[in-house]
Design a protein. Structure first.
Length: 235
C-alpha cells in the first residue's frame, strides 16, 4: 500500500507539471537575458560561450543533489525527492529533514521500516517545514546582518568562526545520531570525515585547488562506495 501511494501516477504527473512550469520560467528568463545582452551590444559568439560556461558550472554543483535524490528515492519514492531538490529544496536539508521526520514517527529511514504515515510526516517536514526559512529570513536577516557588521568592524575573523561553529554543530549532531545506529553507519561517517579532510589537505596544493570545490560531491560518492563494500561484510 505504501509503495503504491508514493509511486502513483497522479503524484508523478503533478511533480512533472511543476517541473515543466519551472523549466518554462527559466527558459523565459534566459530568452529575456539573451535579448537584453544583444541589446547591450554583446556579440552572439560571446553569449554562446557564456551559456556553455554557465551550463558547465551548474552541472558540477548538481552532483551532490543527484546523489541525495538517489539516496532518498528507495525510501521516499521518485516524486517527492525529485520535486524538493529540483525547485527550492536543498540536498542537505531535505535529507536531514526527511530522516528526522520519519524517525519522529517511530520508524527508521529505510525501505523496510517506512510506513505511509512516516512518508506523509517527511513530506510535511520537507515542504512546509523547510519553507518556514523563507519568511524567517525576511524577519531575522537584518538584525543578523547588523550583528555581523559589528563583529566585522571589530575583528573579521569572528564571522568565519561563528559560521563554521554553526555548521560543525549541525553536522556533528547528525553524524553522532546516525553513528550510534551500528558499525556500518559509524564506519561510513568516520571514513567520510577522513576523506573530506584529505581533500582539503590536497586542495592546499595550487595544482589541486579544485579538490576544495568538489570535496562535498566526492565525499558523498566515497561514502556510497564504502557503504556498498562494507555492508555485505559487516551485515
Amino acid at each position: 500500500m505504501y509503495q503504491q501511494e508514493v509511486t502513483s501516477i497522479s503524484l508523478t504527473l503533478f511533480v512533472a507539471a511543476v517541473l515543466v512550469l519551472v523549466t518554462i520560467v527559466c527558459l523565459l528568463f534566459l530568452q529575456a537575458g539573451w535579448k537584453q545582452a544583444k541589446h547591450l551590444g554583446i556579440p552572439q559568439e560571446e553569449l554562446k560561450k557564456i551559456v556553455v560556461n554557465c551550463i558547465g558550472i551548474s552541472l558540477v554543483p548538481s552532483i551532490p543533489i543527484v546523489l541525495s535524490v538517489i539516496v532518498m528515492v528507495p525510501v521516499l519514492g521518485v516524486a517527492l525527492p525529485w520535486l524538493r531538490t529540483s525547485v527550492i529544496g536543498s540536498a542537505n536539508n531535505e535529507l536531514i529533514a526527511a530522516t528526522m521526520a520519519v524517525e519522529a514517527t517511530g520508524v527508521e529511514f529505510t525501505t523496510t521500516g517506512m510506513t505511509l504515515e512516516a512518508w506523509i510526516n517527511a513530506a510535511w517536514a520537507m515542504t512546509i517545514g523547510c519553507s518556514i526559512a523563507l519568511p524567517t529570513v525576511l524577519i531575522v536577516l537584518k538584525p543578523v546582518c547588523q550583528t555581523y557588521d559589528v563583529f566585522r568592524k571589530r575583528d573579521n575573523k569572528w564571522i568565519g568562526i561563528f559560521s563554521l561553529s554553526a555548521l560543525v554543530t549541525v553536522i556533528a549532531a547528525f553524524a553522532i545520531n546516525n553513528g550510534k545506529r551500528g558499525v556500518i553507519p559509524a564506519t561510513v561517517i568516520i571514513s567520510c570525515f577522513i576523506f573530506s579532510y584529505l581533500c582539503n589537505v590536497l586542495a592546499k596544493n595550487p595544482k589541486l585547488k579544485w579538490f576544495k570545490d568538489y570535496a562535498f560531491p566526492l565525499t558523498i560518492l566515497f561514502g556510497l562506495i564504502v557503504s556498498m563494500i562494507i555492508t555485505p561484510v559487516l551485515s
